[in-house]
Design a protein around this ligand. Structure first.
Ligand code: FE2
Ligand code: FE2
Length: 155
């Protein structure tokens, strides 16, 4: 399925609308992956997932893809200060992200699954059940790996 400039404009509009939401702006204060922010990570995941959908000619619900990607890590704490292990964080944070997201937004079942399943295949994580969820799950891993391995320059 060939993507039109209208599709791309719709994606950019949806992303910009959600990114400018005051509650999501708070993610700029949450560090993630060694010097990155959760806000920047979520933007990267949304862009990467949308890019893959176009590259692989996949028909997706762009609104759900953007909401799922932007809210998948909406857990609102610095992992350096959390009182539990990294593994426990890996299991818990999708549920916290969903709880926080549902205080602000009305999400459909696809969007809820995108958030809850993004840590698949770690044991205990639910299976992604839509094209959008698979794309966000894959994009999240690639973005996280790149963010953690990006060279750091100090002045
Ligand atoms: Fe996550
Ligand atoms: Fe993530």
């Amino acid at each position: 399925m060939k993507r039109s400039s209208t599709d791309n404009a719709q994606f950019q509009k949806l992303l910009a609308e959600l990114a400018s939401h005051p509650q999501l702006q708070c993610l700029k204060n949450i560090p993630q992956h060694k010097g990155n922010t959760t806000f920047a990570h979520c933007i990267s995941v949304a862009q990467r997932a949308y890019h893959f959908a176009g590259k692989w000619h996949m028909k997706v619900d762009t609104g759900s893809l953007v909401r799922g990607a932007m809210l998948h890590d909406f857990y609102l704490y610095d992992t350096e200060t959390m009182p539990y292990s990294d593994y426990r964080h890996s299991l818990i944070h999708p549920k916290l992200a969903l709880q926080n997201a549902e205080k602000i937004f009305t999400l459909n079942s696809r969007e809820r699954n995108i958030i809850l399943s993004h840590m698949w295949p770690i044991p205990g994580a639910p299976l992604p059940r839509s094209r959008e969820a698979w794309l966000v799950c894959l994009a999240d891993k690639l973005c996280a790996w790149e963010e953690m391995h990006r060279p750091r320059y100090t002045s």
